[in-house]
Design a protein around this ligand. Sequence first.
Ligand code: SF4
Length: 317
Amino acid sequence: MALVHELSWSASRARSFTACPRRYYYLYYLSWQGWGRNADPDRRKAYLLKKMTRMPMLAGDIVHRAVAEYFARRDQGLPWSLDEATAWAVEQLRAGYKESRDGAWKAKPAKLVRLAEHHYGEERIDETSGAAGDYGKRYVERITACLKAFFEDPQLESARESQPGDWLACEEMSTFELFDTKVFAIPDFAYWDSTRGSGERGTVRILDWKTGRPADGDRFQLEIYAFYARDYWGVDPRSTTAADVYLLSGEVSEVQVSDDVLESALAQIESSIDEMRAVHFDADGSKGDPEDFPMVAEDRAGYECSGCNFRELCDRA
Ligand code: SF4
């Protein structure tokens, strides 16, 4: 069945829209249909840039995959130690780095790693000066620290030791509807936590693994999972807890969902969908006009274009 371009919503899509509407246009409109080798050249270029990642994201993705692998192995009764998981994850990082550096990604741009740092020839990844070694080491250390926290932090014991029969979700992308719009959500891990709550099975606990520092929007993302819990598991959102687990610092930031939290999250989602709908167009039919999607203000605090995958396409750069 042919894919049809439509407006959908997710917390990360909303973040992109707020961060820079032009970047959002490249991500969700110009890159559409760019997956075919014979695609329109503008669409193809945007698609290839969209598929790039950066080392912090690659390291974060690998930690997520390692944690999912831990649960998959537990489900099969296969133990996986911290040392084994760390060795696996570091090897993934090395392999990804090489796929990018050596151009192997060109054979499968949607699957293999291509780093924006390589594409843009950033100094931090220069091998001749030794900068790349230091840069890579930083992410080996990050992966190692995050996995150590996952395997050893007492606050995560109930998740680690939970039984497969109590698991509800692990990194599965799912959709549900809000305001006539498809909403995407990927809870990192959700389970019945028998150490909490008063019911026979305890309470539903949803965890989001974070491998960087706390960011705006982290809490909002957790609140969305409350609606997911209602639609997918038929659970009263007010009886769920959701937490951001900052693996580097050991902080576990929990949201107890209440009526007020739900109301405010719904209002925020509705307003975000309305804003996106106001500029939405059918990308199957045309490439649209980038001018309808303004560039982020140059003086916006805390925002830099230097980490944007699309700077090659953008007039700002
Ligand atoms: S380079 Fe800056 S202005 Fe241009 S799309 Fe990227 S973030 Fe937006």
